[in-house]
Design a protein around this ligand. Structure first.
Ligand SMILES: [Cu+2]
Length: 126
């Protein structure tokens, strides 16, 4: 009986570990990402809350980063054109993913002139 309870406890712990995600919020404003640099660890799961805190639309464009990450099946449709999270003013989206490959990935907003106005960032996967 003690062995049974012990193995049950271990399997519950493993289940909790597998479901653990680090929550991160990225704010989009006119014309910046905050934080502008995200530092993530390869192989760890993150739930990223993208929040457009501006009154106009923006996107979080990071094609290489999304391509090199495993995105939760239910969240794939939130990434348009292979790498852009498009948000209307005041809108938000949550995406759960696991980065797979260490490197530095560019982030930009593809809306007209926004990058030039400073809407750039990067993701560092360690
Ligand atoms: Cu923008």
């Amino acid at each position: 009986m003690r062995i049974l309870i012990g193995s049950l406890a271990i399997s519950l712990l493993l289940t909790a570990a597998a479901g653990a995600q680090t929550a991160i919020t990225v704010s989009l404003t006119n014309y910046a990402f905050a934080p502008s640099t995200l530092t993530l660890k390869a192989g760890e799961a993150y739930r990223i809350h993208f929040s457009n805190d501006a009154n106009k639309s923006h996107d979080f464009s990071a094609h290489e980063f999304f391509a090199s990450s495993t995105v939760a099946p239910g969240d794939k449709a939130k990434i348009e054109e292979g790498g852009e999270v498009e948000l209307e003013g005041g809108q938000s989206a949550d995406i759960t993913l696991t980065p797979n490959r260490p490197g530095t990935y560019a982030v930009t907003c593809t809306h007209f002139m926004h990058s030039m106005l400073g809407m750039n960032g990067k993701i560092v996967v360690q």
